[in-house]
Write a new protein. Structure first.
Length: 184
């Protein structure tokens, strides 16, 4: 996988300087309106950051992990209308599997996760691309990432597909402070 968890955290908040050496797995995401794209990207980054933090410091031998690492809007039981909408869209895509906050946190157990965060970019209008490093694997366990995308506001998710990292370099990152990162 590409780098350490500290490097992965850096990529969550700042656009990476260089692409990885090999192909990246890409998810195509549709949000409701183009005005929602940046907020969606920030929510995705926040949930993945919480997972990466728990993977660095969590004790996966316990029965429960601390949910306070999750953004406030994603904590607790039935995260309101956001959770119900995500559950419906996820179930239409992947089946009736229920995701809890604990399921999401435990999915970041370092020995189990098959991908590392890379970036989220604007494709155009209300379409975005979520880029992850899957070590060039076209098929890998990533249902937690799909759940994160739906919980963050995705209306539809397609992928993953493997793409050249050169294509990532041509896109503009979303959900980060433009003043703190280079734009693509």
């Amino acid at each position: 996988m590409t780098g350490t968890s500290e490097e992965e955290l850096g990529r969550l908040w700042f656009r990476p300087e260089l692409p990885p050496a090999g192909p990246m797995a890409v998810f195509y995401v549709e949000v409701g309106r183009w005005e929602e794209a940046e907020d969606f990207a920030r929510r995705v980054r926040g949930l993945v950051a919480a997972g990466v933090e728990i993977s660095r410091h969590g004790d996966f031998e316990l029965d429960q992990l601390p949910e306070d690492v999750l953004p406030a809007w994603a904590r607790g039981g039935d995260f309101s209308e956001v959770h119900r909408d995500a559950r419906l869209r996820y179930s239409l895509h992947r089946g009736e599997e229920e995701w809890t906050a604990q399921d999401l946190l435990f999915s970041f157990e370092p020995k189990q996760r098959c991908w590392k965060w890379w970036d989220v970019t604007l494709l155009g209008g209300n379409l975005l691309q979520v880029w992850v490093d899957s070590l060039g694997e076209p098929v890998f366990a990533c249902d937690e990432l799909r759940w994160i995308l739906y919980l963050s506001g995705a209306r539809a998710v397609v992928g993953p597909s493997l793409l050249s990292p050169d294509l990532w370099g041509q896109e503009r990152s979303a959900g980060i402070d433009v003043g703190s990162a280079s734009s693509g």
